[in-house]
Design a protein around this ligand. Structure first.
Ligand code: ATP
Ligand code: MG
Length: 427
């Protein structure tokens, strides 16, 4: 035997036993998005590398070290597997001029790719559901997103397992003032900065505040606060967001150190965090990014949005003890003999015509071994076809759950009996 090839490290298979959890999550998510009037946008998984450099920022974890970037050998273009969804979404909105008749509410779902160290809750291929509202300037959309996310946690049964942190990053002018003060502050404490922070001192000092290095914590806590630099507009916007949360009765904490790992944010930023998953506790993150559309070459348009990590939310669902069974078929057809096999194939198709879910035994074997498979399939009924039944055009229905006698009936009658059983689980 030759050696088996394994999946790429940090990239997971989602096996049939786990799929029902994903399906459940996705269907809750689709209903929830429809309830707010959001429309789906699907973009390619590959984009030009320049898109992410320009959108996310050159001096960010993602662009500096996490992107899967390669040269397309056929034409020399640099391409990147998308590390997040906002850049692609904004690119598509500009490219197709989607804002021509006003603001748009959009969502996407799919795999993202980041070359990080794989660990619990952190993978190299992971999935996000993202929501973007483009062309809306007011805090009402920020509030909508916060209310929306709160509702999703309720629908998923997670409301008691997540908490909300918010902050405001202000506008460009106040960020520039704050930046100057930060640089001055860190310059006088240069010996306490770690390697990342040294490198970012002039290129992106705000990101030093986001550092997870405990040795720098105290110094970071005492650094000049952006809050002190905010202009009236930013303060009013933030006050309206807080008011919206209070009107809706959603608890939150203001975290002045919340800055987010991407450059494009301004004004509101937020994270939903859980304490049930260890270090990888942020399950949803987002905020306002009013400059991005223009930065990517579009007509200036305000925007805000958020993305959630599907793997982390599913881990949280599992943590709360929620389980989701694979759907069981209505019937499993057991058949022995050549004529029986042919009739079984026809019977299965006829029953499917009647809207039933039917698994036809494959691979032969004795009645006894086939009955074991029928039982393990979770089907409500086994349908048994031997040479006798095949000749008569009949099948024997054996209830596998909840008792009842085995009965031999014609194919049409079997369809009706199974339909009745599938709409009325008590019979
Ligand atoms: P973190 O601080 O955990 O690295 P981030 O700020 O890089 O997160 P975002 O870019 O805001 O994350 O992505 C939004 C969400 O996507 C995160 O809150 C998280 O739930 C999820 N996520 C991000 N990176 C990964 C990953 N490598 N594996 C699994 N989920 C991830
Ligand atoms: Mg990250």
């Amino acid at each position: 035997m030759s050696q088996a090839i394994r999946a790429v490290r940090g990239m997971n298979d989602i096996l049939p036993a786990e799929a029902p959890l994903w399906t459940h999550f996705e269907s809750v998510v689709r209903d929830w998005l429809a309830a707010y009037g959001y429309r789906e946008l699907r973009t390619p998984i590959l984009e030009h590398t320049g898109l992410f450099k320009r959108a996310i920022g050159e001096v960010t974890d993602i662009v500096e070290k996490e992107m899967y970037t390669f040269v397309d050998e056929l034409n020399g273009e640099s391409l990147t597997l998308r590390p997040e969804g906002t850049a692609s979404g904004v690119r598509a909105v500009i490219e197709h001029n989607l804002l021509f008749d006003g603001g748009k509410r959009l969502w996407y779902m799919g795999p993202m790719f980041r070359h990080e160290r794989p660990q619990k809750g952190r993978y190299r291929q992971f999935h996000q559901v993202g929501v973007e509202a483009l062309g809306f300037a007011g805090p009402d959309l920020d509030v909508e997103h916060l209310l929306m996310t709160a509702r999703l946690w309720k629908r998923l049964g997670l409301a008691h397992h997540v908490r909300l942190e918010i902050n405001t990053l202000g506008g460009a002018a106040s960020r520039a003032r704050h930046r100057d003060k930060l640089i001055a502050y860190f310059e006088t404490r240069r010996e306490q900065l770690d390697e990342d922070a040294q490198r970012r001192l002039y290129s992106n000092p705000l990101r030093i505040l986001d550092s997870k290095n405990p040795a720098m914590r105290e110094m970071v806590e005492a650094a000049p606060k952006l809050m002190d630099e905010l202009d009236e507009d930013a303060l009013n916007h933030f006050a309206a967001v807080r008011q919206g949360l209070e009107d809706a009765g959603i608890a939150y904490r203001i975290n002045p150190r919340l800055v987010r790992g991407l450059d494009y944010y301004n004004y509101t930023v937020f994270e939903w965090i859980t304490d049930c998953l260890g270090a990888q506790g942020t399950v949803c993150a987002g905020g306002r990014y009013d400059g991005l559309v223009e930065q990517l070459g579009g007509k200036p348009a305000p925007a805000c949005g958020f993305a959630m990590g599907v793997e982390r939310l599913l881990a949280l669902l599992a943590e709360t003890g929620q389980t989701f069974a694979e759907p069981a078929p209505d019937a499993y057809i057991v058949n022995v003999g050549e004529a029986a096999g042919r009739f079984a194939q026809r019977a299965a198709e006829t029953l499917r015509d009647a809207g039933l879910a039917v698994v036809l035994h494959g691979g032969g074997g004795s009645f006894k071994s086939q009955m074991k498979k029928a039982d393990a399939s979770g089907a409500r009924h086994a349908l048994i076809i031997g040479e006798d039944e095949a000749v008569a055009g009949e099948l024997s229905i054996k209830p596998l759950r909840g008792g009842g006698e085995q009965r031999r009936v014609a194919l049409d009658a079997a369809a009706m009996l199974l339909q009745a059983a599938s709409t009325n689980p008590e019979t």
